[in-house]
Write a protein that binds this ligand. Structure first.
Ligand code: WTA
Length: 673
């Protein structure tokens, strides 16, 4: 498999040749930017030195930062104790702290009127600002309400909420009492929600009557009601009033959040938790149908989110950090909530979409709110490019200082547009590669460091603590430059996920057994002539649709639930806006002949939407009498991927397939689809 993907990867890299090298002047690296600089000794002054130190002396490096950047109730004894092969990680053992104190109380004490959150609601200009003092009150009240509902240390609270101060305060409220949050993206269907709540055995759900996105209302409470028909563990549901619409309230289970909060005091003692106690679960797709509950720690995760946010973006307090991701994804956790608030910063909560009410929305918001750092997804940029530059240039973007990209490879055209048009060639573009499992940015240019020219379309350099290596298909390290391989990380870092909820074996098998001694990312990468990293895409059966991770097996499972479907194989194909689109090959049962293909397609799309989410709907559904399989019955997805990508002339030798003739049938059907 590795070999096959490498060919794709080389083709991809050949396309990514970049001609006009963009070299931006960098400020010298100073102790203001890295306050602990002097503690690392006289020999360490440059970013390069510091990074090297962080991977050769990870325990010392992170212990110094943990002590200077976090507030502890009790200091730790052991900086790090990790065993990569067993997937065992422990950072700052013996220490106790509370994440909500670190994200809220210490800033509220220092500067109560400082703005913590700027909530830009769906309607432009409908903005709510929340100070650190106000956030502290919200967190304490919600924490008290959760306690009243019987939530105890270690219990899981499910959130199914729009991006909003309440959502952030609820995340922090769970942290305040040592509970664990599991935010489920509010675009997921009731089935997807139920699966995640059941897996985590969530006790309480916090939701809203409706969400509002792009002028449309989305019935969140209704979806929760349907989901809970199949969930026994949830005993209480709190409902935030977002639109004020009437919703069904189940007696003895559902409470309006504001009614509940009116009976709670704004004083709630923070529970000091162990460094390693879990802060949250976040479900993500893997290569099987079952989503993985990625579990993150308290101290290590928070520190890593804070450090990466500060240094990837050169963030300073007082600046408005505008990460437009939804809180339902890891980007929202690390760079809307924990990174910005841990650093005492001001964070934008963006409820709307890039095209509402028109494709100038992001830049109009930048002008009005004077956003300093804008962090978004390439898929949105690719969409906006199509509407032309006028939607950008009519707004003043002089407040912008850094532009960040996340979630998928950024193509050169989008990078260039981001840099030249949005950032007026003035702002650094930081392409940040990372994953739900890494907890924070792992590879990214370091524009705040000296001598770090930007290379478009590449995340380029490892962050502190990150030691990327490329491995070949025999598991040997590929040395030198201009090489490709499976991207692995060789040194533990504090932000690494600690387990998959309820399934540590799967954690070890997925990440630490493929290349023993290394964390395997699932991605392939190229190291170019300058030693810069470029990500070339997933090496497993996970695809990336509009920046959302999707396991092809999840879609296959859902498609085969249709009574007329005998078998399905799903692959990704290159899509000009979405990055990748979903392509489903479906074998029907014999009795399905009376039903029209178009009707069936419609039904299958609907099933995917109701069982997973809108973003997972297949763009193409091709009905086929068979699938290319090996003689042992394994579906050759490589062949299906080539056909979906219009590259059926590159199939190679297919004579060893069980039924080679089926390939030509599929090709013909694809050409006439
Ligand atoms: C992909 C999102 C190329 C990659 C933070 C990774 C990227 C997966 C980039 C993780 C990037 C993320 N360039 N690919 N800058 N950022 N990816 O867990 O395949 O939702 O493994 O985390 O997205 O997706 P996840």
């Amino acid at each position: 498999m590795v070999k096959i993907r490498l060919t794709r990867l080389l083709e991809h890299c050949a396309k990514q040749q970049f001609t006009s090298k963009s070299v931006i002047q960098r400020r010298p690296f100073t102790s203001t930017q890295f306050p602990e600089l002097s503690q690392f000794g006289d020999n360490i002054s440059s970013h390069h030195d510091l990074h090297k130190y962080s991977i050769t002396e990870p325990e010392k490096f992170w212990s110094i930062l943990a002590r200077s950047r976090l507030d502890w109730s009790q200091d730790f004894d052991v900086g790090m104790s990790c065993d990569m092969s067993a997937g065992q990680f422990s950072w700052f053992q013996g220490g106790k702290l509370n994440v909500s104190v670190n994200c809220v109380d210490r800033w509220a004490a220092l500067d109560p009127e400082r703005i913590a959150l700027v909530w830009e609601k769906d309607e432009p200009g409908d903005t709510v600002k929340v100070t650190y003092a106000q956030l502290k009150t919200m967190v304490a009240k919600i924490a008290n309400l959760l306690k009243q509902a019987g939530v105890e240390k270690g219990d899981v609270v499910g959130l199914y909420l729009p991006v909003s101060p309440i959502a952030v305060a609820t995340m922090l409220a769970t942290a305040r009492i040592g509970a664990v949050h599991s935010v489920i993206f509010a675009g997921f269907s009731s089935d997807a929600l139920a699966t995640r709540l059941n897996d985590a055995k969530a006790k309480v759900v916090v939701t809203a009557d409706e969400a509002v996105r792009g002028g449309k209302r989305i019935p969140l409470k209704k979806t929760v009601d349907t989901a809970l028909e199949n969930v026994d563990s949830v005993k209480n549901v709190f409902v935030m009033r977002r639109t004020g619409t009437d919703v069904n309230m189940v007696a003895n289970r559902d409470t309006w959040l504001d009614d509940g909060l009116s009976g709670c005091t704004d004083d709630c003692a923070a529970v000091p938790v162990d460094s390693e106690d879990p802060l949250f679960l976040l479900y993500t797709s893997g290569s099987t149908g079952k989503p993985k509950g990625v579990s993150h720690s308290s101290a290590g995760y928070l520190l890593y989110a804070m450090v990466t946010m500060k240094h990837a973006f050169d963030y300073n307090q007082g600046e408005l950090f505008g990460c437009v991701a939804d809180i339902g994804w890891i980007t929202g956790h690390s760079y809307v909530v924990y990174g910005p608030l841990g650093n005492g910063g001001t964070s934008l909560l963006f409820e709307s979409t890039p095209t509402y009410p028109d494709p100038g929305r992001y830049w109009e918001t930048v002008e009005r709110l004077k956003i300093n750092h804008f962090y978004g997804a390439p898929t949105a940029l690719r969409l906006l490019i199509r509407y032309g530059d006028d939607y950008v240039t009519k707004y003043d973007r002089s407040s912008l200082r850094k532009l960040g990209s996340v979630g998928e490879p950024i193509n050169i055209e989008a990078w260039q547009w981001f840099h030249d048009v949005i950032g007026e060639k003035r702002c650094d573009v930081v392409d940040t590669w990372w994953q739900t499992e890494t907890g924070g940015i792992a590879i990214s240019p370091r524009p705040s460091a000296p001598g770090a020219p930007l290379a478009p379309g590449k995340p380029q350099r490892p962050m502190f603590g990150m030691d990327p290596v490329l491995l070949d298909d025999k598991g040997k390290i590929v040395e030198g430059n201009k090489v490709d391989g499976a991207l692995c990380l060789a040194t533990p870092w504090p932000g690494i996920a600690r387990t998959l909820f309820g399934d540590h074996d799967r954690f070890v098998n997925t990440y630490f057994s493929v290349y023993p001694g290394y964390y395997f990312t699932g991605d392939g990468a190229h190291r170019d002539e300058n030693g810069d990293y470029q990500i070339t895409g997933r090496m497993d059966d996970v695809i990336n649709v509009t920046g959302h991770r999707l396991g092809t097996a999840e879609v296959e499972e859902v498609l085969t639930e249709h009574p007329l479907v005998a078998e399905a194989a799903v692959v990704g194909f290159p899509h000009p806006v979405k990055g990748e689109g979903v392509y489903a090959y479906v074998i029907l049962k014999e009795m399905s002949e009376q039903v029209s293909e178009e009707k069936l397609r419609e039904e299958l799309r609907k099933i995917v939407k109701t069982k997973i989410s809108g973003f997972a709907i297949p763009e193409h559904i091709l009905f086929t009498p068979g699938l290319p399989k090996t003689r042992s019955g394994k579906i050759m997805r490589r062949i299906l991927r080539k056909i979906a990508a219009d590259k059926s002339d590159e199939l190679g030798d297919i004579s060893t397939l069980a039924e080679p003739d089926v390939v030509q049938i599929i090709i013909n059907k694809h050409l006439h689809k």
